[in-house]
Design a protein around this ligand. Structure first.
Ligand code: NAD
Length: 502
């Protein structure tokens, strides 16, 4: 391990702190529950902070503060003022990148270099939506008779409850508060119990940037806090990112309480489909791109391409190259600046991954690379990449979201076979298609059940759509658009107003 690269970040980590209490109406309040959450540093396996979870009473106070702030301080302020405040917040995120990145590194094991790289997109989401405020028209005029006029406009929902997961703590918070606040809503955020600290720091930065008290409220807590928030009658809209299982629970909780709008961004088991015409490329470049997409964040990514479908003609050669390259992803200390592959986020996550590896072995798949062999003797939650080939498309390692560095490689014969295997999934988040044949790509994309599709006909890395990128998931991956200008509308409701005139 490189001691000089770790020393600086270790000492910075020692001095780092933030108040872990409900942040509501602009200040921290005591959590009124007796229940204590003890957080563990995934790199060491030792507990590193603890807090009382926010109770239903705390939820009630936060939602009330958000409601009053919406009516009195945020809904009706001038667009230019709202934009200025959010742009100031985006700048504050960049200025505080070191501490924000360190919290995510320590709390979920994200390598510090990766956490630092995520600051730019996190601030970028706030900036993108701040800039949208005075650029996107809010509706249209419907055709009608001379003496009447009907306008269709968009209004903010009111109080938005935002529930976020642990895999991209800061980015997920910014992806939600950016459009929610820009559209004129106030928010109550319930970050993952594992990773509340970057969101709490963000709330303080927002206050320093001029966001009025009560516009952003944060409740550190667990599922019970989330459930109380989802049920609260004064919450007008819910935005959830997390597992499909929790998404389903939220749907039934809402059904049993009050009717309110929501959008769900849930799990995935996304395919990477490789046609043999990629033989024209350098297979080592192809493998590098595939592994980057599937092992990023230790495979703990909703859109991770964890099902790799390879056409028979190139199957053996590409599988061998993927296995060869994956061996270089060595799990290391996330505080080391040279580390690109850290531990998993929790003991539970590690146990889940190991269980799936055992199931994969029992299913008859061929184990080409066993990540359990890459475990260090350190007590943290480390595991290396695991690759199975000859995978049965109906087995658990081909069907279920493992949310770790486990890849399942499946062969296919032709286009129809590929589409059948790719769509043999209850998820529909993303897919990648490698082919030079553009008419095949076009037809294939129309048949794929996935919200985000990447067609790769070159190993060049173009810039792409950046923050304008948006998509709606399919099946058990959820529903509702996130990202881009269409994602802005997810945080508004349509209203029609008819003027009847003399
Ligand atoms: P999770 O579902 O366990 O938790 C997500 C959030 O919901 C947390 O804040 C949690 O405390 C809260 N929660 C849990 N139970 C609840 C309940 N009954 N009522 C209300 N809130 C509740 O997910 P996780 O383990 O934190 O994150 C991993 C999952 O997130 C993976 O499935 C991944 O695919 C998904 N994810 C999806 C996207 C996307 O954009 N589609 C992005 C990132 C992560």
């Amino acid at each position: 391990m490189n001691q000089s690269a770790t020393r600086n970040w270790r000492s910075l980590a020692t001095d780092l702190s933030v108040e872990i209490k409900p942040f509501l109406n602009g200040s921290h309040h005591d959590a009124t529950s007796d229940s204590l959450f003890i957080a563990t540093n995934p790199a060491t396996g030792h507990s590193h902070f603890q807090y009382h979870i926010s109770s239903a009473d705390n939820v009630d106070s936060a939602v009330l503060a958000a409601k009053i702030a919406w009516e009195e301080k945020w809904r009706d302020i001038n667009p230019s003022q709202r934009k200025h405040i959010l742009l100031t917040l985006a700048d504050a995120i960049i200025s505080n990148s070191r501490d924000l990145a360190l919290f995510d590194c320590l709390d979920m094991g994200k390598p510090i270099q990766t956490a630092l790289q995520e600051i730019f997109p996190a601030a970028g989401f706030i900036r993108y939506y701040a800039e949208s405020i005075d650029k996107i028209s809010r509706g249209s005029v419907a055709p009608s008779s001379q003496d009447s006029m009907e306008i269709q406009t968009y209004r903010p929902h009111g109080v938005v409850a935002a529930l976020t997961p642990w895999n991209f703590p800061l980015i997920n918070t910014c992806l939600k508060i950016g459009p929610a606040l820009a559209a004129g809503n106030t928010v109550v955020i319930k970050p993952s119990e594992l990773t509340p600290r970057s969101t709490l720091l963000l709330a303080s930065l927002a206050q320093e940037s001029g966001v009025p008290n009560g516009v952003i409220n944060v409740l550190p807590g667990d599922a019970s806090t989330g459930e109380a928030l989802v049920k609260h009658p004064l919450v007008d809209h819910i935005t959830f990112t997390g597992s499909s299982a929790t998404g389903k629970t939220i749907l039934s909780t809402i059904g049993d309480s009050t009717i309110k709008s929501l959008h769900l961004e849930c799990g995935g088991k996304s395919p990477e489909i490789v046609f043999s015409d990629i033989q024209k490329y350098d297979l080592s470049e192809v493998s590098k791109t595939i592994l980057r997409a599937s092992l990023w964040n230790q495979g703990q990514v909703c859109v991770s391409r964890s099902r790799i479908l390879i056409q028979q003609e190139v199957y053996q050669k590409l599988t061998a190259e993927l296995v060869r390259q994956a061996q270089s992803f060595t799990p290391q200390d996330p505080l080391d600046e040279t580390t690109t592959f850290g531990p998993l986020s929790s003991k539970r996550q590690l146990e889940q991954v190991v269980t799936y590896i055992e199931e994969g072995c029992k299913s008859g798949a061929k184990l080409n690379l066993d990540g359990r062999n890459a475990c260090t003797s350190e007590p943290g939650f480390f595991i290396g990449p695991t690759i199975f080939s000859e995978v049965d498309p109906d087995s658990s390692i081909a069907q279920e979201e493992i949310f770790g560095p486990v890849l399942s490689i499946l062969p296919f014969k032709d286009e129809q076979d590929a589409i059948n295997i790719a769509n043999n999934s209850r998820y529909g988040l993303a897919a990648t298609l490698w082919t030079k044949n553009i008419s095949r790509a076009n037809k294939f994309a129309s048949q794929l059940r996935a919200g985000k599709i990447h067609i790769i006909a070159s190993t060049n890395q173009p810039e792409g759509a950046g923050f304008a990128h948006s998509a709606e998931p399919v099946g058990q991956s959820g529903f509702g658009v996130e990202g881009g200008t269409n994602g802005f509308l997810s945080y508004m409701r349509q209203q029609s107003i008819t003027f009847s005139m003399d």
